[in-house]
Design a protein around this ligand. Structure first.
Ligand code: DX5
Ligand code: ZN
Length: 223
């Protein structure tokens, strides 16, 4: 397991594996090594979201091909059964949804295993649901699309929630990344960063770009 970075005031991109070329992870991910903060690994169970993705079996290949720490975003109804398998597979941080069964107990379990923990909110869940998690998590993820699929449009009406989440983190006494996920591209990145986000998940906009590394360099200059 690679050490997960602490928030530094810098805005970093977490490329989403969901949009990468699974058949050639090395070619796809290796050029991003020095430009991305870490890799984002979307796990879907067909219950919590209406889609399936991949499980812990693929994670070591992503870590190896990218040379980066991996954050596992568990979009699953019962995250407790997956915490240990993802820890064993080498995830550096595991994010569970506040709406999922036993989310608070999962955060404790993740931390006991020596990993960083995150909590995520779906678009319809208010920022007040972060209250029991602030001070205990290392990352707060605000979904800016309905979770389940890459390539959807950014929901600009989530920006006030991003701002409120940053305020809650700043009052919570424990530094935490504020991540946004869904529809992030060169146009939507700036308002998210202005609202307090310092971790931008990027899937389709990054991997469909003619030169993903150049896109990350441009973002690093502009944010
Ligand atoms: C959606 C996932 C995202 C997805 C983002 O449920 O959580 O991480 O990969 O993809 P884009 O950047 O294409 O919206
Ligand atoms: Zn995600």
């Amino acid at each position: 397991m690679r050490p997960f970075p602490s928030p530094s005031g810098r805005v970093v991109v977490a490329p989403s594996v969901l949009s990468a070329d699974f058949a050639d992870l090395k070619r796809c991910l290796a050029p991003l090594r020095r430009l991305a903060g870490w890799m984002h690994f979307d796990v879907m169970d067909g219950h919590f979201v209406p889609n399936l993705s991949f499980g812990p079996g693929l994670l070591p290949a992503v870590a190896e091909a990218s040379g980066l720490p991996v954050d596992a975003h568990l979009m699953v109804e019962r995250p407790a059964m997956f915490v240990e398998p993802f820890a064993k597979a080498g995830a550096s941080l595991i994010t569970v949804h506040a709406e999922a069964e036993g989310a608070a107990a999962c955060v404790s379990k993740i931390r006991k295993l020596g990993l960083k923990a995150g909590v995520s909110l779906k678009p319809k869940t208010p920022a007040s649901k972060l209250a029991p998690f602030i001070g205990k998590v290392d990352l707060v993820l605000i979904m800016t699309v309905e979770p389940g699929f890459g390539g959807q449009s950014f929901m600009a009406d989530m920006l006030p929630k991003v701002y409120e989440a940053r305020y809650r983190i700043s009052r919570g006494g424990r530094p935490a990344w504020l991540q946004v996920d869904g529809g992030i591209n060169e146009a939507t990145a700036a308002p998210c960063a202005a609202a307090g986000a310092d971790s931008l998940v990027m899937g389709s906009a990054l991997f469909r770009a003619p030169d993903p590394a150049a896109l990350l360099r441009r973002l690093a200059r502009s944010l």
